[in-house]
Design a binder for this molecule. Structure first.
Ligand code: SF4
Length: 496
């Protein structure tokens, strides 16, 4: 019998990447085989993001291209899953009536049953978590939590046993209700997973060869779970994971600046596996804008926090997110953001032009009044400034040896390989020999080496630097290391 094929496309944050991985695991267990041919697949699932209008437009365009193949095949299933499905199910169906499956991020454990339902009945299947609202009681939340937890507990099926890096969800949802953000409406209130489950999942991943774990949460540092009547904080969770044998690195994203206790900084300083990297979205350098965004900190408090973080963890690198052109942002307010970027020495930043999202407080109460040309100009200015900062800080790495967890061939090498193979030739040694990996501080490093190094920790001597990438060569001594090479030769955007 011909095996049924599945195409999954993921947009948005790491949380969606993990959700897709788990959905694929569930459907593989039902006999589906992954394909890269969207138009020819038996089941097409688009895992969507609602954070910006542009991301939703892309989903609609993808769905539009599926109209024809779908009308030619009775047995094809087209599904929209994730945040856009939760936010606007009626709008999707109205614009794209050929969609026959809609499933919000809190209901993804039901995907195999929903797909089956559509195939049997040819009726549209819908699963949404609209019970999750700001007014949910604690009991309602925990009931809701029990149902969504099932997706993470399906993990056994979602690991292919080859990767040395993996995401582990520690928390779902968000309670912050920043005025621009749709996440609390699409992913529901904040729920932290029990620490025992997280540690067990990490152990299962380690047993399958994973060496680096990235803990995911919309505001990951506000994690707290009750255990035998006592609170387990995020720093406690880090300590438990740090004690697992076979694990080399622990990362976490995304942190919320308002909730960042010194206990986490102490954990970063004292626990050897916790990497010296923080993704700490500040969004604006202007107190007035931060207030309008309902971020619960000031620019001064943010600057204090990163100063303290660098005292605790001297090698720390920082990344941040900014929204430019938020409702009413004046030139003077934007200049405060520029000043913050100038003084903060971020490793990199992500800059987004404000995009009004339906249902958010900003959409209801404020005008999206900054012209697109101004938003674009501010976006370019901020990125250009950061590029100069990144080049300057990356150049300080030249001559140093850094510990790199090798991920595989670099993108350029993969492209060159594919081009060679299309022409029916062997890949050139030069093209296939470029590897890519990351330092503990999340710097991307490209260097020549054998693919057999994938999944291992190696030392690389940095020889050149651009704003985004360090280039180097394999090193044998750790002289001048960014971090000591102490673990032996084998080792590897969301919220906030
Ligand atoms: S921006 Fe981050 S903290 Fe604010 S509501 Fe959205 S997910 Fe929560």
């Amino acid at each position: 019998m011909k095996q049924r094929t599945l195409y999954v496309e993921t947009m948005g944050c790491q949380m969606n990447v993990l959700d897709s991985e788990l959905v694929v695991g569930q459907l593989r267990a039902e006999g589906y085989e992954l394909t890269s041919d969207m138009l020819g697949a038996d089941v097409v699932l688009l895992n969507t993001c609602s954070v910006r209008e542009h991301a939703e437009d892309k989903v609609l365009s993808r769905l539009g291209s599926l109209k024809k193949p779908k009308s030619a095949r009775d047995d094809m299933v087209v599904g929209v899953i994730g945040c856009m499905a939760e936010r606007d199910p009626d709008g999707i169906v109205k614009k794209m009536p050929h969609v026959d499956l809609i499933c919000g991020p809190g209901e993804l454990n039901k995907i195999p049953a929903l797909v089956d339902d559509v195939r049997r009945t040819r009726n549209r299947a819908v699963a949404l978590s609209q019970a999750m609202s700001r007014r949910s009681t604690a009991i309602e939340r925990s009931l809701e939590y029990d149902s969504v937890e099932a997706l993470d507990l399906s993990r056994e099926q979602g690991v292919d046993g080859r990767s040395s890096q993996a995401y582990v969800r520690v928390q779902r949802g968000c309670d912050k209700f920043c005025t621009f953000c749709v996440v609390p409406f699409t992913r529901g209130p904040e729920r932290s997973r029990p620490p025992g489950q997280i540690v067990n999942e990490a152990q299962m991943l380690i047993d399958r060869g994973v060496r680096e774990i990235t803990l995911l949460g919309q505001t990951v540092n506000s994690y707290v779970s009750q255990e035998e009547g006592r609170a387990v904080r995020f720093s406690d969770l880090l300590a438990r994971l740090d004690s697992l044998d076979g694990l080399d690195r622990i990362r976490f994203v995304t942190s919320y600046p308002g909730d960042f206790g010194d206990d986490i900084l102490e954990a970063m300083r004292d626990l050897p596996k916790v990497c010296e990297y923080l993704h700490l979205p500040v969004q604006s350098g202007s107190d007035a804008v931060l207030k309008r965004m309902r971020r619960q900190y000031t620019a001064g408090q943010f600057v204090d926090l990163i100063g303290r973080a660098r005292e605790y963890v001297p090698d720390l690198t920082l990344a941040s997110d900014f929204i430019v052109g938020f409702c009413g942002e004046t030139d003077a307010e934007f200049d405060e953001t520029v000043a913050l970027v100038e003084r903060s020495a971020f490793k990199n930043i992500f800059v987004f032009k404000y995009s009004q999202r339906p249902g958010t407080v900003a959409e209801k109460r404020s005008d999206d009044d900054i012209p697109d040309a101004v938003k674009r100009d501010r976006n370019i200015r901020l990125l250009k400034l950061q590029e100069e900062v990144s080049i300057a800080t990356n150049r300080t790495m030249i001559g140093r040896a850094v510990e790199v967890l090798v991920e595989g061939h670099s993108k350029r090498a993969i492209k060159a390989q594919e081009a060679e193979q299309t022409r029916g030739e062997e890949a050139t040694a030069e093209a296939s020999g470029q590897l890519v990996g990351r330092t503990r501080t999340d710097r991307i490093v490209v260097f020549p080496g054998e693919i057999s190094l994938a999944g291992r920790l190696v030392m690389v001597r940095v020889t050149a630097a651009t704003a985004l990438t360090l280039h180097g060569e394999l090193a044998t001594s750790g002289n001048g290391d960014e971090t000591p090479f102490q673990r032996g030769p084998i080792a590897l955007r969301i919220g906030g």
